[in-house]
Design a protein. Structure first.
Length: 607
């Protein structure tokens, strides 16, 4: 049903609102609405909270607010996508929604909020995402107000392979309770496969809000569309089978590193991306690990096992190869495994007081280690497989501009191989790409949009890029984009690796961009070519006066690469430069960087 303007009593804005609303209504909602419209005017207005009457409802109870604030803290865009999805659902039910990044939300307005929904990920070792830092700090400070009139709920995103799983979401949930706020619905913690958990949280919150306001509840549905690129049918839950066009080793002969440059066709997918976005790749486990695991448990490789809640079945070997995570151990997995194993040693490892021993065991071990160290004799294959989590996609910063390479996407992947506990270990996706993928093969892929790592809107804005190793990938995309669009702002790249002669990734392209002016300056640090190791942060400090001048002229800073050490070293170097060159105290330099983050002038894609 589409309402036409001709001979209609509605104006154009009202027609557009009605045409957006009507297709979304269920049969139950249509019946309810027709009854509401046919009721006497006063009764009808009273039937919907926020209707015409200004008087309190019968009994003197105050009207429940239909205003909802949705705040997200997101590093890669997943939390932001879910927050947008939740906002759309609320608006369909007639709620007035304010959607904002935590970095853009003014904390002093929190006292005015009645219904607050938080969607937040945990970054690194229990840290808030960059755009949640200031709000997290405010809420945990003495300036945070009492919030007795606030209702809230938290959706926390995380990864159970990290020790501090969903810590940021837990922090917000606990702190809001301490400040007197009441939960609309319990916090839900999501692992990397978050669709079902996120949908459950949305439905619980919608039901709770709808009950409080007498609005019709809209439950069910899925959230698979939140991460798809543009209007494409392909997404994280429905990846595109993309053909590999090129797979090259970027390192020179004699290097002890292997870095793959992989070019992938997106033709026919309608997947769209911008510089700063990521490519999700569903890789396969190493066949040798799968075979050794089946042998260790004396399983039949051809036995059919269910691979999802729908009961779809695959041969065990294929399921372990493609569907399940077997290269990482997590505490939740061990807790489930302990229920199956007759070995009391595993239960003892999980006992209170042995947290450090458990942490040490989880680090660097995989499923084969677990079944070799503890007995699972007599455990049914399906029972064991059922406790495994789904194979998560691996995300890589996109190394190409779609304007420069239409219908293609490029990634830069460092191959991970190492020996531990007497056995060779493999990076799941990196070794899959290095050893078992050639031009013409297919890979399941999707685009993960990242609105938190984007070039400035103004093409004249100076840009400083800091990306050692494979962290340089998005800056190849940045410069390719700026070349295609004719951006005139100055650009400065800090790049580092081990050896100039063998590890200078994309050297010819940087030199071309330096020659034609797309890249204004480049400073490099090759740590193994000198007696004393030199890294990108050292080059930054050497150029501190110029770098500070760029900052004063409005330059945006981008950092990509290792979160555990490099990103912290670069952050400290920036703080030192601001302190020394600007004459600031350490506290003032820290505030300077915080303001830059809030202004989106300091963005990081670190992992």
């Amino acid at each position: 049903m589409v309402l036409q303007v001709v001979n209609s009593p509605f104006n154009q804005d009202q027609v557009e609102l009605l045409n957006r609303l009507l297709p979304t209504l269920s049969d139950h909602q249509r019946i309810w609405l027709s009854g509401y419209l046919s009721a006497p005017q006063g009764a009808a207005a009273a039937a919907i909270p926020g209707g015409v009457p200004s008087a309190a409802p019968a009994g003197g109870a105050p009207a429940v607010s239909k205003e909802v604030t949705v705040l997200f803290g997101s590093q890669t865009g997943k939390s932001q996508g879910l927050a947008k999805k939740m906002t759309a659902k609320l608006q369909q039910l007639g709620f007035q929604v304010t959607l904002a990044s935590m970095g853009d939300f003014k904390p002093n307005n929190l006292k005015k909020v009645k219904n607050l929904l938080i969607v937040v990920s945990t970054h690194g070792e229990g840290d808030p995402p960059d755009n949640a830092l200031s709000f997290h700090e405010f809420l945990h400070s003495k300036r945070a107000p009492q919030l007795e009139d606030l209702q809230f709920s938290v959706l926390a995103l995380g990864d159970t392979s990290y020790e501090f799983f969903c810590k940021t979401g837990k922090d917000f949930d606990q702190r809001l309770e301490e400040l007197g706020a009441k939960r609309l619905s319990p916090r839900i913690d999501c692992d990397v496969d978050f669709d079902e958990s996120a949908a459950e949280w949305m439905n619980q919150v919608l039901a709770s809000l709808s009950e409080a306001t007498s609005a019709p509840a809209a439950v069910g549905g899925n959230i698979s569309s939140v991460e798809s690129g543009g209007e494409s049918e392909f997404s994280r839950t429905n990846p595109f089978q993309a053909e590999v066009l090129e797979n090259l080793n970027l390192n020179g002969r004699g290097s002890d590193r292997e870095t793959r440059h992989v070019e992938i066709s997106l033709e026919g997918s309608n997947l769209q991306y911008e510089p700063g976005d990521c490519l999700g790749i569903y890789a396969e486990n190493h066949p040798r690990l799968v075979e050794e695991l089946i042998q260790a448990l004396a399983w039949n490789a051809d036995e059919l096992v269910a691979v999802n809640k729908n009961g779809d079945k695959l041969p065990l070997q294929e399921a372990l190869l493609r569907n399940f995570e077997i290269s990482v151990l997590t505490k939740p997995l061990l807790e489930q495994a302990a229920k199956l194993s007759p070995d009391k040693g595993l239960q003892e490892l999980l006992a209170a007081g042995r947290e450090q021993e458990l942490k040490s065991y989880l680090s660097g071990r995989d499923l084969l280690d677990l079944v070799q160290d503890y007995s699972f004799k007599g455990v049914a294959t399906q029972d064991f497989v059922s406790i495994l989590r789904k194979m998560p996609a691996r995300l890589y910063s996109i190394a190409s501009s779609s304007k420069a390479f239409p219908d293609e996407v490029h990634v830069t992947v460092r191959t991970v191989r190492y020996e531990s506990l007497g056995r060779e270990r493999y990076g799941v996706c990196s070794v899959h790409l290095a050893e078992r993928i050639a031009a013409g093969d297919k890979l399941p892929v999707y685009i993960q949009n990242n609105p938190n790592f984007k070039l400035p809107d103004n093409p004249e804005t100076p840009v400083i890029m800091i990306g050692p190793g494979t962290g340089v990938a998005p800056f190849r995309a940045f410069l390719g984009e700026r070349e295609e669009t004719g951006a005139t702002g100055s650009t400065w790249l800090f790049y580092g690796d081990q050896h100039f002669s063998t590890d200078f990734l994309y050297q010819v392209e940087w030199q071309k961009w330096l020659k034609n002016g797309v890249l204004t300056r480049m400073d490099v640090a090759f740590s193994r070519d000198t007696d004393q190791k030199v890294y990108v942060q050292h080059r930054m400090l050497e150029k501190s006066a110029d770098l500070y001048k760029w900052l004063q002229e409005g330059a945006h800073i981008y950092v990509c690469g290792d979160e555990k050490k490099m990103a912290h070293d670069v952050h400290r170097a920036l703080a030192t430069i601001i302190e020394q060159e600007g004459g600031f105290s350490a506290e003032e330099a820290a505030e300077y960087l915080t303001r830059m983050q809030q202004q989106k002038r300091y963005q990081r894609d670190v992992y």
